[in-house]
Write a protein of this length. Structure first.
Length: 16
């Protein structure tokens, strides 16, 4: 699992 805020997360959560 990718950390929250990463563009490679699923679903993709962008820090924008």
């Amino acid at each position: 699992m990718a950390p929250i805020g990463s563009d490679f997360s699923f679903p993709p959560r962008v820090p924008h």
